[in-house]
Design a protein around this ligand. Structure first.
Ligand code: ADP
Length: 525
């Protein structure tokens, strides 16, 4: 017998007390430990195991045990799989069940005489299995079975609650991890607009410590230096939250402006607010996604610089070509041959300038979209390229161009056309940014590893603060010379990209008023 009849009432009280203790727990391991302990006491068992259905693979695994050596657990798991999934041939039968339980008992200890298995079922889904093994055998009455099953049902409820609680905890941690790993700033605001939760990105953007932000009113943290349009508070006053939540598209509110950080600096940010309503339709919280828009603004600025530069740079040669072409085709004038030749030469030069600019723009846009420059490598003697460029440009300028290469200047492996573009750009810049009649020197040095080419001029030079930026796309120093000279601010950007594509480096040394010297170094192999 499972229990003596006179003990039954006592047993029920015990059962009630124990199930209360179990269902009050939310920690799954503790629930399983208590279930196991209670079943061993109730059934005077020697060994007990609780197996749970793994929700990922649908298989049963031992999750708590007593009286079993840890080494026996893997084998018990195998037997459990066979027990729970007998396959078509065996099917579920009392004999099959008993045989498997017998095998499990033997795997634990040959002295085990009886096994009692109780399924843990909640809402018709099998959560697990409770098995108690005893050293002796007694008859189990139907009343005993009913009591046991009601215990198992309570245990299943407790397991289910603990699993749900575990899931919520897990989901909570997952959400926290998502919020914390987001590159954007996140604020979760209460319905009174105080900060409930935030993340490291927002702390970085605002200059506050994350822990200091909690419970602060949003208004105290997001202080606007400049704001385009109404802020959240204004939108709330006009009933935005309710309307947005009711709209099927879940309308969000976007606000953009300059926020004054805690350290007093200003930062351009864009905030997207989304309301969260509770089941009663009342506003529970507002999620704010805060984005640092400095890069976007920079890109927008770049784009407008690009448009105005291209517009200006293309318009000038086109206007010249059109002007000369329409002058030459006038029917009422008989142009002298020499004059026609001169004007045609100008048209040709301006067309070349246009072609050059379009090519530079194409290369720049390729580089911008992270496409590597294609290099056609051959042996290239940079001193020869320099001499050719110098000779060609010398005839077109009032500057003196001098060469200063050592006799045995070595060749390198590189793309001749691209390297000529580098030398041409540096020389034309030297011509553009230094006075007529001054001297420009192009020369070289070499070591065992590298060759270096320099271009020196006697112009106004480059302020130190600008020496990094002049290699940026479309960047021109904003001074009177820039206003007098033509240029798209692409030359040095391309020069740097070409030198770097050859594994080299470029830099500039200059003192304002004392000329500038550009050096580029390329590895010899
Ligand atoms: P661009 O000449 O078309 O403006 P670059 O990219 O070649 O574009 O040069 C960028 C800027 O760097 C120029 O606008 C000019 O302000 C500055 N710069 C380049 N070379 C020199 C130089 N040799 N001396 C002084 N300033 C220079």
């Amino acid at each position: 017998m499972l229990m003596r009849p006179d003990l039954r009432t006592q047993q029920r009280d015990f059962l009630l007390e124990i199930t209360r203790a179990i269902t009050a727990q939310l920690d799954l391991s503790e629930v399983l430990r208590r279930v196991l302990h209670a079943s061993l006491v109730m059934l005077a068992g020697r060994v007990g195991i609780v197996a749970l259905n793994n929700r990922t693979d649908g298989k049963f695994y031992v999750r708590a045990y007593s009286g079993v050596a840890a080494g026996a657990v893997p084998e018990l798991n195998v037997k459990l799989q066979e027990l729970m999934d007998p396959g078509d041939a065996a099917g579920f039968s009392r004999e099959f069940l008993n045989a498997k339980l017998r095998e499990m008992a033997d795997a634990i200890d040959t002295g085990l005489a009886q096994s009692i298995a109780m399924p843990l079922v909640f809402a018709r889904s099998p959560l697990g299995l409770l098995i108690v093994f005893r050293s002796y055998q007694t008859t189990i009455t139907p009343e005993d079975l009913t009591t046991l099953q009601s215990f198992a049902d309570q245990a299943a409820i407790a397991v289910n609650n603990a699993q749900l609680y575990g899931d919520i905890q897990h989901e909570h941690q997952r959400l926290e991890a998502i919020i914390n790993s987001s590159g954007d700033g996140v604020l979760i605001l209460d319905s009174d607009l105080s900060i409930q939760q935030t993340n490291d990105s927002f702390a970085r953007m605002s200059g506050w410590r994350k822990e200091d932000l909690i419970h602060l009113p949003k208004r105290e943290v997001i202080v606007w230096d400049h704001l385009d349009g109404p802020d959240l508070e204004d939108a709330m006053d006009s009933g935005w939250a309710g309307q947005a939540a009711a709209s099927p598209a879940g309308d969000t509110l976007y606000v953009e402006g300059d926020m004054i950080r805690r350290d007093g600096l200003s930062l351009g940010i864009g905030i997207t607010y989304a309301p969260l309503l509770g089941s009663d339709g009342r506003l529970e919280s507002i999620i704010a996604n805060v984005r640092d828009i400095t890069t976007i603004r920079k890109a927008q600025e770049m784009q407008s610089v690009f448009i105005s530069t291209v517009h200006h740079e293309l318009r000038t040669p086109i206007a010249i070509i059109k002007g000369y072409a329409s002058t030459l085709r006038r029917d009422d004038v008989d142009w002298e041959r020499e004059l026609i030749r001169e004007k045609m030469a100008i048209i040709e030069d301006e067309s070349d300038r246009l072609t050059g600019l379009v090519e530079d723009l194409l290369t720049a846009s390729k580089l911008q979209s992270a496409q590597a420059l294609q290099l056609n490598a051959t042996d290239v003697d940079l001193s020869v390229l320099a001499a050719r460029s110098a000779a060609r440009l010398d005839s077109q300028t009032a500057h003196r161009i001098e060469l200063s290469f050592p006799e045995n200047f070595p060749a390198i492996v590189g793309d001749e056309t691209r390297l000529r573009q580098v030398i041409d750009n540096l020389l034309t810049n030297a011509i553009k940014y230094s006075p007529d009649d001054s001297t420009i020197t192009i020369g070289g040095r070499f070591s065992r590893q590298n060759v270096t080419v320099f271009v020196r001029d006697e112009g106004g030079g480059i302020p130190k603060a600008e020496s990094g930026r002049i290699f940026d796309r479309f960047y021109r120093i904003d001074n009177s010379i820039a206003r007098r000279t033509q240029g798209a601010g692409l030359g040095l950007y391309l020069v740097k990209a070409i030198v770097e594509a050859h594994g080299g480096e470029i830099s500039v040394k200059s003192q304002v008023g004392n000329g500038a010297t550009f050096h580029f170094t390329i590895p010899r192999d």
